[in-house]
Structure formats: structure tokens, C-alpha cells
Design a protein around this ligand. Structure first.
Ligand code: ADP
Length: 551
């Protein structure tokens, strides 16, 4: 796309122009403190008790944290990592770190131990803030390498699992409740988040202040997430993964009550928190809600305050939608990805369908939804032509916009997913005449189990390392609890034998247990495309019901 330079020439417009102020997170912070100071943040702590404060008090602690960071030697551009659940302290980091010009690196607590250390090193983290309940996890991760560490720890809560770590509360104590906030340039990096790659190491996406603020504004619109100041919002979606879908900035910005669930995400704990904090809106991946649904059904219970559930990260199972609908909870389906900050689409009913029958509205709501503003899209066939907007013809989805990444951190943009200013999502979609996007397949080789990625390529390579295995293709199949689980289709070498339990046991010694495929199917040969790639679409079709029928 060509850029047309039409900036006003001040000498000819007599100065008639807008203020040129940087679009930084400081604007959100300032707005929250000045306008929503009395609204609440509630956090459930590890011991099950609740911590509660106002946004005004939150602001004071953010300033104390900023002072503490500076005292620890954190400078603009430095990376500061967080390894934690959704808590008030994590929220404080989301503001203090970027507002002093440093970068908050939110680390996925479910990475392999080796990957945890790798990601600290790759990011070049200087300091790592760790929840007390996760300190043993980080200690174990650090024990996987002898290499000297270039980062130090701050523990949030009480734990002595990390020797020499500073204590979060001790660092804040006595610090001034004000800070001379710098006016950070809007194109500075604010947050760093790694996403699973098809193969190999995770890839870092660096969100800028500008992209973060624009994302929060667009996410907040009534046709997007559409929350209100009177809402009580429970993000079950983790703050360690894609900015909890923008919640840490959006919810304070609109002055809604923010309820942070901490480490306990079992269905009973979620239900208790919804009831005790009169939660009206919650957000998360389907797995959590499938378990909550089961619990509600078992007890024939209702959640009287909960009106809206935003579900994304994986497709919403229609049965979940219907079961929650019966209990008065409206499911709002959303789609996005880390590379998009993450919100891309949200399924709301357009004006044209306002009076449409329930069945028609249901069909649309189960699609991934309509695009948020500031996300351009195109769906292309294999020849690079736009597919028709008929809701039937599928193609590759590309996106572009101010909150879409242009490259990966310390990797760059020299990858096939970045082309001519567009980003290839790896999702295969249809688009209907009313603008509803529907995902029909994934061209990227990843399986998404309970909201967490499993690289099928890595699994295949591990499997093919077994002496009896000639070739292996791993696919994700629909699963009632985890939405998707890996299944391996394996062809053995001539004259070799191995059975399913022993191959699974062998894998279990080499990869995390939750990544071991649910089933391993033995075939003579794996179907391939004309260019020799595994025909995974055919495998997915053939074994579609394998896990649901055996469940
Ligand atoms: P997140 O898990 O927060 O959505 P990721 O970057 O880890 O972010 O994953 C993005 C990918 O997850 C998408 O490209 C898509 O394949 C899948 N995904 C996200 N939302 C949905 C959805 N509503 N339906 C189906 N797949 C989804």
C-alpha cells in the first residue's frame, strides 16, 4: 500500500491542527484515576482470601512499583518479566513497567521448564516477577540449566523457593505514591508476549503503546466486547497469555469492576467467585466453561448475575452455547490471535438480523463473528484471488492493522506469514454476506488443547525418532473436554512392531504428559498431497468422531 504524505503544512493552515500527543498507556492510567477512582479491583489470593482496593489505591501502588523498578535499576527499553496468575500485582505490573518506558514480558506459565529459561534469556529479561505459588515451577525450570542467569527474581507473595529473590511488598513499602511519569513515545514497546510457533521455539510479539491503546479502544466498542462501567468483569483468560484479551487496559478504562481469580480456576472456585462478586461478564477459553457447565447441570444451579460469557481461543461448541443459553447466559464468540493483540472478530447480531428467528441468530453467533474496527482482512484462494462472500467458499485469512504485528521479536519479518504489509493468520475461513467470519480449518500445524498449543510438527518429529516408526502425522480432533486433542497416525517401518500403549509410554518419557496423543492409529501409509505433504485435511475428516465416540 502506498503512503500518501498529506500532513498539514502549518504555514498555510495558520496552525489549524490537532494536538500531537503520544497514544500511550499513560492516557488510560490517567483516565482511570481521574474518573473511576472509586471503582473496585478484587483479587483472590493463593490462600483463598480476597484482596480488594479501589482504582485510586491501585494508582498509588502502581507509582510505588514504578519507583521500586527505578530503584532496582530498570531503564527504558529493559525487559521485565511476569510469571503469574491474574492478580492485582500482575495488573500493577501491566501499568508500571510500560509507563516507565520498560517492556513487560508476560511469560506463559505452561511452557516446558527448558522453554521457560529459554524465553527469559531470549527476551533478555532483567527482572522476573514470580507469583509465590509458581516460584517452585520457576526454580525447577532454572535447575534445567547450569548456565549463569542474567536475571534476578522478585517474588509476589510468600515463598522461599527462589534463593536471593526480592519480596514484592517489601520493595513497594515506603516508596512514594507518586511518580514523575515520562511521556513515553507511542511507538515504544510496552508488552512482549511469546506465541507457539508451528515448530521450534516460541515467537515473540512486541506490542507498542499505540497498538495497545488502539486495541483497547476498539475492543471496548458496543459492537465488539461492549462492556459497561456497571459490569463486574471476571477475566478467566490468563494475563500470561495475549494480555488477557486486552482486559487489563479495557476494564479499568471503562470503570468496570475487575475481579481477578488468581490460581484457582476449578469450576467450583469460578462459580463461587461469580456469585460472591456478582460477576456479570466473564471471558475465557471453552474448556473452563465446559467444566462450569457440567457443575451447573449436576447441581441444577444457576448463576443469576452472569449475563455474558465471551468465549474464544478455540471454537465454541454448539452444545455449550445451548446449555448456557438455557441457564440465561449469553455466549459471545470471539476470535483472535496473539499476533493481533489479540481481538479480531466478535460475534454480535447485526441490525439486519435484530428481528430474525432465534435459530438464525444462533447460527450467526456460533460463527467466529464480525471484524473489529482497525482490522483489515482478505480471504484468498490458492491463486491469490478473493473468495466470494457466500459463507461457503473457504480461503486463507490475511489481516492488517495498527494492532497486528509486522514481525517477530529478534526474528524479524522475513517469513512467509508476512507479505506486502499483510499477516497470514494460518486460519482457513469463509465470510458471509453479512460479514460473519467462520473458521473451517487451520493451515498452521498446531493442535489446541484446553487453550494451550501443541506443535504437531514437534510431536511428529519425536514420534519419527522411535526406531519402529517410518512416518507420523499428528492432527487435532474435536474433544468434549479439551475442545481439541492430538491424535497420531503412524506408519511403521517394514518388519517393525510396536503397539499403542508402549509407543505412548515411550513418548511420555520425552514430552510433557499432556501432550501425548490421545490415540495412535497405525496405517500402512499416510495420505499425501501432490507435493508430498501429509493430507491432514483428509485425516481430520476420516477420524473426525474418533475421540467423541470413544469419550
Ligand atoms: P488465543 O489463544 O488467545 O486466541 P493464540 O495466538 O494462542 O491466541 O491463538 C490464535 C489461534 O487460535 C487462531 O489463529 C485460531 O487458530 C485459534 N482460535 C482463536 N480463537 C478461535 C475461535 N473462536 N474459534 C476457533 N479457533 C480460534
Amino acid at each position: 500500500m502506498n503512503t500518501l504524505d498529506t500532513r498539514l503544512d502549518l504555514s498555510t493552515t495558520l496552525g489549524g491542527t490537532m494536538m500531537d500527543v503520544p497514544l500511550n498507556i499513560g492516557w488510560v492510567f490517567e483516565h482511570v484515576l481521574r474518573n473511576h477512582g472509586s471503582r473496585q479491583v478484587v483479587a483472590r489470593l493463593d490462600d483463598g482470601t480476597t484482596f480488594r482496593y479501589t482504582y485510586a489505591d491501585f494508582g498509588k501502588r502502581v507509582a510505588q512499583l514504578a519507583n521500586a523498578l527505578v530503584a532496582l535499576g530498570v531503564k527504558p527499553g529493559d525487559r521485565v518479566a511476569s510469571f503469574g496468575w491474574n492478580t492485582h500485582r500482575h495488573l500493577e505490573l501491566y501499568y508500571a513497567v510500560p509507563m516507565i518506558g520498560a517492556i513487560l514480558h508476560t511469560v506463559n506459565i505452561r511452557l516446558f521448564p527448558e522453554q521457560v529459561v529459554w524465553v527469559f534469556e531470549h527476551a533478555g529479561d532483567k527482572l522476573v516477577f514470580v507469583d509465590a505459588s509458581l516460584a517452585p515451577v520457576v526454580a525447577r525450570a532454572c535447575a534445567t540449566t547450569q548456565a549463569e542467569k542474567n536475571f534476578s527474581f522478585v517474588v509476589m507473595g510468600e515463598s522461599d523457593a527462589l534463593a536471593g529473590a526480592d519480596d514484592y511488598e517489601a520493595l513497594l513499602a515506603g516508596q512514594p505514591e507518586e511518580f514523575p511519569w515520562p511521556d513515553v513515545d507511542e511507538r515504544s514497546a510496552a508488552i512482549l508476549c511469546y506465541t507457539s510457533a508451528t515448530t521450534g521455539d516460541p515467537k515473540g510479539v512486541l506490542f507498542t503503546h499505540r497498538s495497545t491503546v488502539l486495541h483497547a479502544l476498539c475492543a471496548g466498542l458496543s459492537e465488539t466486547l461492549g462492556f459497561k462501567g456497571s459490569d463486574s468483569v471476571l477475566p478467566v483468560v490468563p494475563m500470561f497469555h495475549v494480555n488477557a484479551w486486552g482486559v487489563p487496559y479495557l476494564i479499568p478504562m471503562i470503570g468496570a469492576k475487575l475481579v481477578l481469580p488468581g490460581a484457582k480456576l476449578d469450576p467450583q472456585s469460578v462459580v463461587d467467585l461469580v456469585n460472591s462478586e456478582a460477576v456479570t461478564v466473564s471471558l475465557g477459553v471453552p474448556t473452563v466453561w465446559l467444566a462450569v457447565r457440567d457443575l451447573l447441570e449436576k447441581n441444577d444451579a444457576y448463576l443469576p448475575t452472569l449475563k455474558t460469557l465471551v468465549i474464544g481461543g478455540s471454537a465454541v461448541p454448539p452444545s455449550l452455547y445451548d446449555d448456557l443459553d438455557k441457564r440465561g447466559i449469553s455466549v459471545v464468540h470471539a476470535w483472535g490471535m496473539t499476533e493481533m493483540s489479540p481481538i479480531g472478530t466478535v460475534s454480535r447480531i447485526v441490525a439486519e438480523l435484530a428481528d430474525a428467528p432465534h435459530a438464525v441468530q444462533r447460527e450467526k453467533r456460533l460463527k467466529q463473528g464480525r471484524f473489529a474496527p482497525l482490522v483489515a482482512w482478505k480471504i484468498l484462494d490458492e491463486n491469490g484471488n478473493d473468495v466470494p462472500r457466500d459463507g461457503k467458499t473457504a480461503g486463507d485469512l490475511w489481516v492488517r492493522g495498527p494492532s497486528v504485528t509486522a514481525s517477530y521479536y529478534r526474528v524479524g519479518s522475513d517469513l512467509p506469514c508476512f507479505k506486502d504489509g499483510w499477516f497470514h493468520t494460518g486460519d482457513v475461513c469463509t465470510m458471509d454476506e453479512l460479514g460473519y467470519l467462520q473458521l473451517v480449518d487451520r493451515s498452521k500445524d498446531l493442535v489446541k488443547s484446553g487453550g494451550e498449543w501443541i506443535s504437531s510438527v514437534d510431536l511428529e518429529n519425536t514420534l519419527m525418532g522411535h526406531p519402529a516408526v517410518r512416518e507420523a502425522a499428528v492432527i487435532g480432533l474435536p474433544h468434549e473436554k479439551w475442545v481439541e486433542r492430538p491424535v497420531a497416525v503412524v506408519a511403521l517401518r517394514d518388519g517393525q512392531q510396536v503397539d499403542e500403549p508402549s509407543l505412548k509410554a515411550w513418548l511420555g518419557e520425552r514430552i510433557a504428559k499432556w501432550m501425548v496423543p490421545d490415540r495412535i492409529i497405525f496405517v500402512d501409509a499416510i495420505p499425501r498431497t501432490g507435493v508430498g505433504k501429509f493430507l491432514k485435511r483428509e485425516l481430520r475428516e476420516k477420524y473426525r468422531d474418533l475421540l467423541s465416540s470413544s469419550a
